[in-house]
Design a protein around this ligand. Structure first.
Ligand SMILES: Cc1cc2nc3c(=O)[nH]c(=O)nc-3n(C[C@H](O)[C@H](O)[C@H](O)COP(=O)(O)OP(=O)(O)OC[C@H]3O[C@@H](n4cnc5c(N)ncnc54)[C@H](O)[C@@H]3O)c2cc1C
Length: 429
């Protein structure tokens, strides 16, 4: 008896539905109403504004100023500023989901937005969890209200320059940038490399060390340095392989005075945060989760002949393509599963397994993003690497994640291996 195929899409020769990319959290993930609303906002901005501009920022190695203007207008510069300071009051998990969505459309916008959001998240909800004296808490309240007001009312942009080219950004040595206490504030001297948003930020959240004898990582300070402070300058070229729109040049500080209220965390608190709130370092992975999804989505569309700027040639019928897509799908879902589980576990004093899982998640997202993009290029073939298409940019951008301190892919493995065999903070045998 003949089977009635009239209700099957495409069976009657009519055009088939085009590939509909899934939400970045996958279907059925339990978002709150507020998260769903914010995610829809990020998706609209990404699709309509950030994505179409991404190629230009990449080609010019120029900062995504227009996209930051859109983030500002949408209130997203204050995403993680607590509501009582006028921000949107979003938590860590909400931020991670939104940044991953933006990363699907423009890696550089997502990564630089991360550098701006971190100071708000760290001096906001993260600091609320830390142990402080009553005096420290009151002082921090005064300081952060100033920083939050700048962001929410004046639309100021913060950056996150830690790296110095030595062992400090990996958490293994005190920062070489030094802060001397002077009347009413601090004098900063030092140099930061790879400072994303260089020339675009209004304030740079600099990690430095209080200059005193026998200084150690416990003496780390976290200061917002204004871009127009005397003695502050930006140097060096920026012409890298990937993430070109981050414009991550070198910052030089020579006797830069910052007032006491420049502190984004009270003295000694950064050390406590880094040890007790390890998920603070996983925020970088969100951008790369988005890039992994983007590489996969491109491949599906390309093999189905649905990429608008490419010829409508179908290549999906070849078993080798199908196997490659299956590999990409498995890696993408592995990365997403770990990512979503980990963002739900971020908190102060996570258990040993939660801490190890955070490293594993970070490692997986950073490595798989590039692996999925690599497979995408091999599978789609030569025409897919033309600069008129986004895949080669996604590939180059995705290469950068595993290199980013403090949790490079190598250092994640170092930490997993050691901390699985020892307890956190335990000395070598
Ligand atoms: C696009 C982009 C944007 C960036 N933006 C910023 C930013 O905004 N702010 C910022 O602070 N940094 C930023 N960085 C810098 C980044 O976090 C790293 O600091 C930088 O990539 C380190 O490069 P390096 O070659 O100097 O690393 P090195 O310190 O020379 O390390 C090389 C490798 O050795 C390993 N390694 C390093 N230290 C140790 C150790 N103690 N033990 C074992 N292994 C170790 C790591 O795996 C590392 O990848 C950015 C980097 C990129 C690529």
């Amino acid at each position: 008896m003949p089977v009635d195929l009239s209700s099957v899409p495409g069976a009657a020769g009519e055009p088939q539905a085009q590939y509909a990319p899934p939400p970045i959290v996958g279907e059925g993930y339990p978002l709150t109403d507020r998260q769903a609303e914010l995610l829809a906002l990020a998706a609209d901005l990404g699709r309509e504004k950030f994505g179409p501009r991404a190629a230009r920022y990449d080609r010019e190695a120029s900062f995504p100023f227009e996209s930051f203007e859109d983030l500002r207008s949408a209130g997203l510069l204050g995403l993680c500023v607590p509501q009582r300071y006028g921000g949107l009051g979003a938590d860590y998990a909400t931020y991670m989901i939104l940044d991953a969505e933006i990363g699907r459309h423009c890696g550089a916008t997502a990564l630089t937005w991360n550098m701006h959001v971190c100071p708000t998240l760290w001096s906001g909800t993260l600091c609320d969890d830390l142990d402080m004296t009553v005096e420290q808490r009151a002082e921090h309240e005064r300081h952060r209200s100033l920083h939050f007001e700048r962001i929410v009312k004046e639309g100021k942009v913060y950056a996150q320059p830690f790296s110095e080219g030595g062992a400090a950004a990996a958490g293994k040595a005190p920062f070489g940038t030094l802060a001397d206490k002077v009347e009413g504030g601090w004098l900063l001297n030092g140099r930061k490399i790879f400072a994303s948003l260089s020339g675009a930020a209004d304030y740079y959240g600099v990690l430095c060390t209080e200059n005193k004898p026998d200084r150690s990582v416990r003496d780390t300070l976290y200061m917002a340095v204004p871009s127009d402070a005397p003695g502050f300058s930006i140097a060096g070229e920026w012409d890298p392989m990937g993430m070109r729109g981050t414009v991550s040049r070198t910052l030089i500080m020579k006797d830069v005075f910052v007032p006491d209220e420049a502190q984004l965390m009270p003295r000694g608190l950064y050390f406590q945060a880094a040890n007790r709130w390890p998920h603070m370092f996983t925020t970088l992975s969100a951008t790369y989760m988005g890039l992994a999804q983007a590489a996969y989505d491109f491949t599906i569309r390309y093999l189905r002949g649905e990429v608008p700027a490419a010829p409508p040639v179908k290549r999906r019928m070849y078993p080798t393509k199908q196997i490659a897509v299956a590999q990409m799908h498995v890696q993408l879902e592995q990365a997403r599963a770990l990512f979503l589980r980990t963002i739900g576990e971020a908190k102060i004093d996570p258990s040993k397994n939660e801490r190890l899982r955070a490293y594993a998640s970070h490692y997986t997202v950073m490595e798989y993003a590039n692996e999925i993009a690599r497979l995408a290029i091999r599978t789609c073939g030569g025409q897919s690497i033309l600069r008129s298409l986004p895949l080669e940019r996604i590939y180059r951008d995705s290469r950068c994640g595993a290199l980013m301190l403090p949790w490079t892919a190598e250092l994640c493995l170092d930490r997993i291996g050691r901390e699985a065999l020892y307890e956190y903070g335990e000395a070598d045998d």
